[in-house]
Ligand binder design. Structure first.
Ligand code: PLP
Length: 395
């Protein structure tokens, strides 16, 4: 007698690769000591939050004993927080945004779910480019939809628009993109975003129903060598961006994110009413109080990205010296090298013997590669060099 839904029982049976690595890492750390295990499996930012976060917390603490300091609020967030964020994003992204186009959510994950709940009908499809952040499949299934993947262009991981066009059917409701990208570190160029928007505009007309473009951008702040991170909101009416303070302020456990509606969408009030409702009925009810006060004080500040840049350089050196093939990430904090020998699972298991933890590309719908998250101290990267070299030599 199963006490669970079939889908959740199935998820539990096929535990994610990240989870498996987490468990394998725990065993290795218990056996050899944490400093002898080189863990690149998790995208959990290790840098301290910027000092303005602490100032925001202290300022909030000063009035925390007042009635309703932690009270419920509008399901879209505090009006002042939405206005502040809209003004900031208007400047930062060069778009005319107002508070009515911005909703605060429980992380980017909460924002993605609120949006999908608002637009998906059961049986409709969401298309995304593989490799992809594996949680997308769960989020889409949460709302009765099906996630379908389209392969990114081999080697460059650029969006393959011909393949996307071939995959679009009358069932397609959303195209979900992520730039800077987890797990490849690729940033989609302005031309690629523009061409994608043109394609969706044409397909929307042909099919006579909107195909939404959902742009997941939690790594937007982390672009190296001055790379530009274009957003589709300026190009396409039916576009929505989702982001958060999880990575840029190292606040992933505080769960503050946001959804931004394209200023080109005429029906923005209707969509915002829907998002406000779905934020509530999915059980989030409203975004976190404390997170919004932190944002009040800290908006515009971020972790020291030069530290990520130095680690990226260190990881590139280690991988190059050991003979790996990889694309230098333009953004985010991941490398996605080719698995020597071609079998990503076998290779990641070999790395485990060297006490190096990575995630196989199979966990991102893209076998043959593996992901390394470099939100770890640079010394961990340097100390893992011998392990990377030994595993490479074994294939
Ligand atoms: N989208 C991508 C591509 C991510 O990598 C992550 C977290 O790792 C998320 C969304 C979720 O971020 P948040 O903590 O803001 O919910």
């Amino acid at each position: 007698m199963s006490i669970l839904s079939d889908s959740v029982a199935g998820y539990l049976e096929h535990a994610s690769w990240i989870r498996r690595m987490f468990e394998a890492g725990g065993q290795l750390k218990a056996k050899y000591g944490a400093d002898k295990v080189y863990d690149f499996s998790l995208g959990n930012p290790d840098l301290p939050a910027p000092p303005a976060v602490e100032q925001g917390l202290r300022a909030f603490a000063d009035h925390a004993s007042e009635p309703f300091a932690f009270g419920y609020m509008s399901n879209a967030g505090f009006p002042w927080a939405r206005a502040q964020l809209a003004a900031y994003l208007s400047r930062d992204w060069g778009l005319p945004l107002h508070a009515g186009q911005v909703l605060l959510s429980c992380g980017a994950a909460g924002g993605l779910n609120a949006f999908l709940r608002a637009v998906l009908n059961p049986g409709e499809e969401v298309l995304t480019f593989a490799p992809y952040f594996v949680e997308y499949g769960f989020y889409v299934a949460n709302h009765g939809g099906t996630l379908r993947t389209v392969m990114s262009k081999a080697d460059t991981f650029a969006p393959d628009l011909e393949a996307l066009e071939a995959a679009i059917t009358p069932k397609t409701r959303v195209v979900l993109i992520n730039s800077p990208h987890n797990p490849t570190g690729v940033i989609y160029s302005r031309d690629e975003i523009q061409a994608l928007c043109d394609l969706l505009d044409r397909k929307t007309r042909e099919l006579g129903k909107p195909i939404w473009l959902l742009s997941d951008e939690p790594y937007r702040f982390l672009a190296y060598d001055g790379a530009e991170v274009p957003t589709p909101l300026a190009f396409y009416r039916y576009s929505v961006a989702v982001s958060s303070f999880s990575k840029n302020m190292s606040l992933p456990g505080e769960r503050l994110g946001y959804v931004v509606i394209s200023p080109l969408l005429r029906e923005h009030e209707e969509l915002m009413a829907a998002l406000t409702l779905t934020n509530r009925i999915l059980g989030f009810v409203n975004p976190p109080v404390v997170g919004q006060y932190i944002m009040k004080a800290a908006l515009g500040s971020e972790v020291d990205v030069s530290i990520y840049a130095a680690r990226r350089k260190a990881m590139a050196e280690v991988l190059t010296n050991a003979g790996y093939e990889f694309l230098m990430p333009a953004g985010a904090f991941y490398f996605f090298p080719k698995a020597p020998g071609g079998d990503d699972v076998a290779f990641v298991n070999r790395l485990l013997e060297e006490r190096v933890l990575a995630v196989p590309g199979s966990g991102f719908g893209y076998p043959g590669h593996f992901r390394l998250a470099f939100c770890v101290d640079e010394s961990v990267i340097r100390h893992a060099a011998d392990g990377f070299a030994a595993a490479r030599a074994a294939f």
